[in-house]
Ligand binder design. Structure first.
Ligand SMILES: Cc1cc2nc3c(=O)[nH]c(=O)nc-3n(C[C@H](O)[C@H](O)[C@H](O)COP(=O)(O)O)c2cc1C
Length: 206
C-alpha cells in the first residue's frame, strides 16, 4: 500500500490521546532519486494549492531527511547551521497529530494528537522550530526551508515556506520550552494539478 498510514486510520477511529500516538520509523533516504541540482533550482517555486492526498512513506521519509537529516557519520546535517549548533528542529503536522523529527534516529516522535496545521489543505505542514531564539536562528531556518524547496522541486512536490502563522498558539501546542520559537511553517503535498498536465492542457487548447 503506497499511500500511507494505516495507523492514522486507527487513530481517527479511536480518538486516541497524544501519549498513544505511535513512533513512526522512517525509511532510509533514497539518495539516488530526483532531478539534477541545476534542474531543481530551475524549477523551484512556491505553490499554495495542494492535492489532499497523503504523502507516501517514501516521500515523507526523504522529505524529512532532505530538510535537516544526518548526512555524515559525525552527525552533521543536510542543512548547515551557525557554529554547528543544529538549532533548527523540524516538526511534522498532519491532520491526525503532530510529531517531532528525530534526525539521529531518522524517526518521527509523537507530540500531540491534534490538528495544528496552519494550512489545512496540505497533507503535512513542516514547522521549523529554533531551539534558541538567537540572531542566527532565522538564517538557519531559511536554509532548512530551501532544502525543503529543492527536494520538492527535484521530486515533483508542491511547497511554500510561510512566515504567516499564530506562532504563540503553535508553540503552546508543540509544548515548546522557554526560548524555543516557531520560525517558519512549510506545507508540502502533491500538486493539485500536475505541472505536466497543465502543459498538455495548454498544447491541446492551442
Ligand atoms: C521568510 C519568508 C516568508 C514567507 N512567508 C510567506 C507567507 O507567509 N505566505 C506565503 O504565501 N508565502 C510566503 N513566502 C513565500 C514568498 O511569497 C515567495 O517565495 C515569493 O513570492 C517568491 O515566489 P517563489 O518562491 O515562487 O519564487 C515567504 C517566503 C520567505 C522566504
Amino acid at each position: 500500500m503506497k499511500k500511507i498510514f494505516v495507523f492514522f486510520l486507527l487513530l481517527a477511529a479511536g480518538g486516541l490521546q497524544a501519549a498513544s500516538l505511535p513512533v513512526l520509523e522512517l525509511l532510509p533516504p533514497d539518495k539516488t532519486r530526483g532531478t539534477a541540482v541545476m534542474q531543481a533550482l530551475a524549477e523551484r517555486k512556491s505553490t499554495r494549492e495542494f492535492s489532499p492526498e497523503k504523502l507516501s512513506l517514501r516521500d515523507l521519509s526523504d522529505l524529512l531527511w532532505a530538510a535537516n537529516g544526518v548526512n555524515r557519520p559525525d552527525g552533521k546535517r543536510t542543512a548547515p547551521s551557525a557554529l554547528n549548533r543544529q538549532d533548527i528542529e523540524v516538526y511534522a503536522a498532519f491532520e491526525e497529530g503532530v510529531y517531532r523529527y528525530n534526525a539521529a534516529g531518522h524517526m518521527l516522535l509523537p507530540v500531540a494528537a491534534e490538528d495544528i496545521r496552519p494550512v489545512k489543505d496540505a497533507p503535512v505542514v513542516l514547522l521549523l522550530v529554533a531551539k534558541e531564539d538567537t540572531a542566527y536562528a532565522p538564517i538557519d531556518a531559511g536554509i532548512v526551508a530551501q532544502n525543503i524547496y529543492l527536494f520538492c522541486s527535484g521530486v515533483g512536490l508542491a511547497t511554500v515556506t510561510r512566515g504567516s502563522m499564530d506562532a504563540e498558539a503553535l508553540a503552546k501546542a508543540l509544548k515548546l520550552g522557554k526560548g524555543q520559537k516557531v520560525i517558519l511553517n512549510q506545507p508540502v503535498g502533491y500538486f493539485k494539478q500536475k505541472p505536466a498536465q497543465k502543459k498538455e492542457e495548454k498544447s491541446s487548447a492551442q
